[in-house]
Write a protein that binds this ligand. Structure first.
Ligand code: PLP
Length: 473
């Protein structure tokens, strides 16, 4: 296939069409700026061209089959090639492919989805979620959070409450506000971030931050109190909100001790500040619940969602707005001067409805909570015996494996070894997609994964750990 045939108007793309990998790579290098990619490196290696997918596997242009233990990018919860979702998109496109929701108009899928989402978010202590604001991504949703939080405090006559506190190594997206709320040093180093009035505290990473002899429970409470220290340092009347991921995903699957979130709740209540739960990864069954705050027992005011709401088939995100904020915005706010062309896109909402229906029909959330999630945890335990593994932990259907140089002392590898990248290379060679975050290998498999497929995954993980160990010897 020549370059010109690649850019010619497409005939029907066949699932089993042959691809000219080199031609795609050449065009890719010439024209495509990728997210989070070093392009010199990409040009040298050539991009891996993913051409199709089915259930838990993806296939590249060379015909290699890979078990996708990352669900695309933490999003393909219902697995690949679900005809129900394609049909829902097709039907909606033929009925109403687009209309905006500005200026007193609405569409049926957006309304039905808002009501459905409200029914899935459990009420805690009389606090419920009856309203949704839509966007097309997690980043846009977190921008929306910043605007909503500021509007809320302005309407309450406390415009000085501007500061939002996030966490170092947290991830909340790539827009100016998203990257600022997050605590990724590499992102802050580019483009003068964070923007003003965003502050950060340390992450609740027990393996890294615990004191000698401190239990996980003690550490959880101490780590949460870093928030109180920060509130006092900023000045309690200047703090607007705290934002956190229930389990930090992109930061390396950092699972907080059970005591962490209840103590965070006590602190935000004490100072009256808003709590934002960024559940872009953790909602829609990833932790065995529709929304993750239920698992950890806290009561957010705003919940960011995206990814799993459509299983990634089409872009959709949003904010679940709790009663405390919704009441003020709706009853006192007049027009909220904020919105995106695609807020409540009918096709995206129709796909989300079909996705939720599918997940309910197949009991995927309960399956992760009661069956495959605990089974994955049990199988992960076995990894502790591996000479390279310092820790292996899961929470629902996310997991992380810390690779260490010395198991007895838990000494880390020197950074220039790049052990995570070595391991990731062996994963690719052996048909497994795992992500490396420093020395931590992480997974977030599709929720449709069966017990037998968990066994297949574990076989591949062990194979890749052995290959990594062999290379390092
Ligand atoms: N928030 C969290 C917790 C995420 O993990 C992500 C993406 O991974 C985002 C926000 C940003 O979402 P998006 O990439 O859809 O903008």
């Amino acid at each position: 296939m020549s370059n010109s045939s690649l850019i010619a108007p497409p005939a029907l793309v066949q699932r089993d069409q042959k691809h000219d990998t080199a031609a795609v790579q050449t065009l890719d290098s010439a024209h495509f700026i990728h997210p989070f990619t070093d392009h010199a490196d990409l040009a040298a290696q050539g991009a891996k061209v993913i051409v199709k997918a089915d259930n838990i596997h993806v296939f590249d242009s060379e015909g290699h089959k890979m078990l996708d233990a990352m669900s695309g990018l933490w999003c393909v919860n219902a697995g690949y090639a679900r005809k129900e979702l394609a049909d829902a998109a097709y039907q909606q496109m033929m009925t109403l492919p687009f209309y905006n929701n500005f200026f007193n108009t609405t569409n049926v899928p957006a309304v039905r989805l808002a009501a459905k989402l409200a029914s899935l978010a459990p009420e805690v202590d009389g606090r419920s979620f009856r309203h949704v604001f839509y966007s097309s991504s997690g980043s846009e949703s977190n921008d929306t959070n910043v605007r909503m939080v500021r509007r809320y405090w302005d309407l309450l006559g406390q415009p000085q409450r501007k500061v939002i506190i996030g966490r170092l190594n947290g991830y909340h997206g790539s827009t100016m506000a998203g990257a600022s709320l997050g605590g990724m040093s590499g992102m802050h180093a580019q483009g003068d971030l964070p923007i003003p009035d965003i502050q950060h505290i340390e992450q609740p990473y027990f393996a890294e931050k615990a004191r000698a002899g401190e239990s996980a429970a003690e550490f959880g409470v101490r780590a949460a109190r870093w928030l109180e220290d920060k509130i006092l340092a900023v000045g309690p009347d200047r703090v607007a909100a705290f934002i956190g991921e229930p389990v930090q995903g992109a930061g390396g699957v950092i699972i907080p001790p059970d005591t962490y979130w209840p103590e965070i709740q006590r602190i935000v209540d004490k100072y009256g500040i808003l709590l934002i739960s960024d559940e872009v990864i953790c909602a829609f069954g990833r932790l065995g619940h529709w929304f993750a705050y239920e698992k950890f027992g806290y009561k957010p005011d705003l919940i960011t969602f995206a990814k799993g709401v459509t299983s990634g088939y089409v872009p959709l995100g949003g904010v679940m707005v709790g009663d405390r904020v919704a009441k003020v915005l709706i009853e006192q706010g007049g027009e909220f001067n904020h919105g995106y062309t695609y807020s409540g896109h009918p096709v995206a909402c129709a796909v989300a409805l079909a996705n939720i229906e599918l997940m309910e029909r197949e009991g995927l959330v309960e399956r992760v909570r009661n069956d495959t999630g605990p089974y994955l945890a049990e199988r992960f335990e076995e990894l502790q015996a591996h000479p390279l593994v310092g820790a292996a932990d899961t929470c629902g259907f996310v997991g992380g494996i810390t690779l260490v140089k010395n198991k007895a002392t838990m000494a880390a590898f020197d950074a220039d070894v790049g052990v995570g990248m070595i391991c990731r290379g062996h994963c690719f060679k052996n048909g497994l997609i795992m992500r490396a975050v420093g020395d931590r290998m992480i997974i977030a498999p599709p929720l449709v994964m069966t017990r037998a497929q968990v066994d297949e995954l574990m076989g591949l993980i062990k194979l890749c750990l052995d290959a990594t160990l062999d290379e390092l010897r």
